[in-house]
Structures are given as structure tokens and as C-alpha cells.
Design a protein around this ligand. Structure first.
Ligand SMILES: C[S@@+](CC[C@H](N)C(=O)[O-])C[C@H]1O[C@@H](n2cnc3c(N)ncnc32)[C@H](O)[C@@H]1O
Length: 233
């Protein structure tokens, strides 16, 4: 069965994070292949490696790393001290990890160190999200905050930060998470998926129609951010 994180249904409360993330990673996995050729990839904080199938067609090797005895990881360590030599990977993936780490600035310097000149980092992390310790949950970001974090840590030729989804979808997600929890305790639980799907569909349509809801400006909110950070050749 396909991992729902690869093709998230509208009935998933975190659709606003998961659907854009899967689309972005699929596009970036292919773009890295076109730009760099078959690449050596490090997946930092790999967890269950849900996005492996997006990268496998373009990578010559995928190395997982995690902080615990994770069977998917051949390297063990924290992002703040990656157990690999300098410039040893073409592409470094770090999906939904940064909010859990003790020292994000040191982590970003380590991502830069292990990425070869001309290589790139693909990182995603939360803007607005409910507290979710795994095992801890320490940080939230804005687009401007992530740009500052990368510009001050590591030598990058370019850093591009984009919101995964617009304000309506992000607000819908926060509401859908609580709605699903509430409905789960009532006879209406059978309709929970349908209600969440309707909320997510309406919010997605609104974001598509209203540009003001999509760009980062005063008053907006984003559930998740995507970062592409390229090392100078
Ligand atoms: C929310 S999960 C994301 C897993 C996977 N990247 C994904 O997208 O499904 C967070 C992962 O970060 C790992 N993690 C937590 N703190 C970390 C740290 N300091 N350095 C590296 N990984 C860490 C956790 O063990 C967990 O596998």
C-alpha cells in the first residue's frame, strides 16, 4: 500500500502540510537529478523515510541518519554533529526535523559542511503547527526567520524559502486537527473524513483565488516552509 504521505487525501487533517511537501519533494528530487546527475543523498532525521521512492529513481545512493537505533538509518547521530566527512553528499534532505533539534544554527552549519560544492540542501519545517514532541518540539519559523538562519550559518550561493501552502489552507489545517479530535468522540466520527475534506477543499480553493493569502506578508500564516539552499560550485 502506498504511504499516504506520498499522496495525501483531502480528508487528512494535515493535508496543507503533507500534500505540498510531497509535490515539492517530487519536483526537487527530479530537478536535482537533472542538474547534478545521479546523486548521493543524505536523509537527516530520516524516520521511516516516507519519501524514499521519490528520490530513488534519481539517486545513486541514499543514506539515512537518525538519532536513535532506526533500522532505516545507517548513520546515527544528531544534525548538530553529522558523522560524515566534509562535502560527502550531493544532496542533503532534512524533512520536518529542524523544529525538534536542540541547536538549529549549528545544525544548518553541519548541513552546509557535508554538502559538496555545487550540491544542495532540501529542508522543510513548520511555520504554524500544534505542539508535537518527537521526542521534543522546540521551534517554529517564519519565512524571513529561515532566510536569516541560513544566511547566518553556512556558505550558500542561494537560499530560497517558500511557504508550502497559503493562509486559508494553514488555518483550515489547524481547525481540521481539532475538529477531527472532537468528532472522534461523537457519533459523527463516521463523517469526520468528509468534514475535514470539505474544509480543506474550500481553503485550497480560496488560496488559489486570492494571491494575498499566498505570499508572506503581515497578517498571513503558513503551516510549513520549504527551503532550497545551494552551495557555491
Ligand atoms: C517528524 S520526524 C520526521 C521524519 C522524516 N524526516 C519524515 O519526513 O517523515 C522527526 C525526525 O527527526 C529526528 N530527530 C529528532 N531530533 C534530531 C536531531 N537533533 N538530529 C537529527 N534528527 C533528529 C527524529 O528521530 C525523527 O526521526
Amino acid at each position: 500500500m502506498t504511504d499516504p504521505r506520498l499522496d495525501p487525501p483531502l480528508s487528512m487533517p494535515t493535508y496543507a502540510v503533507r500534500a505540498p511537501l510531497a509535490r515539492w519533494l517530487a519536483a526537487e528530487a527530479a530537478r536535482a537529478g537533472a542538474d547534478l546527475g545521479p546523486y548521493r543523498l543524505l536523509d537527516v532525521g530520516c524516520g521511516e523515510m516516507p519519501y524514499l521512492s521519490l528520490f530513488e529513481p534519481h539517486a545513486r545512493e541514499v543514506v539515512g541518519m537518525d538519532t536513535w537505533d532506526n533500522p532505516r538509518a545507517s548513520l546515527r547521530g544528531p544534525i548538530e554533529a553529522i558523522p560524515s566527512p566534509d562535502s560527502s553528499f550531493d544532496v542533503v534532505l532534512c524533512a520536518q526535523v529542524l523544529e525538534h533539534v536542540d541547536d538549529p544554527a549549528r545544525g544548518v552549519r553541519e548541513l552546509a559542511r557535508v554538502t559538496r560544492p555545487g550540491g544542495r540542501v532540501l529542508l522543510s519545517t513548520h511555520g504554524a503547527m500544534v505542539y508535537h514532541p518527537n521526542p521534543v518540539d522546540l521551534w517554529r519559523w517564519t519565512g524571513a526567520g529561515l532566510e536569516r538562519l541560513f544566511s547566518e550559518n553556512g556558505e550558500w550561493a542561494s537560499v530560497t524559502v517558500s511557504a508550502g501552502s497559503g493562509a486559508a489552507s494553514s488555518l483550515a489545517m489547524l481547525n481540521a486537527i481539532y475538529l477531527e479530535h472532537a468528532l472522534r468522540r461523537t457519533p459523527l466520527r463516521v463523517a469526520s473524513g468528509l468534514v475535514v475534506a470539505l474544509v480543506n477543499r474550500a481553503a485550497r480553493a480560496l488560496d488559489r483565488r486570492v494571491a494575498l493569502l499566498r505570499d508572506e506578508r503581515a497578517g498571513t500564516i503558513a503551516a510549513n516552509y520549504h527551503v532550497v539552499a545551494e552551495r557555491a560550485s
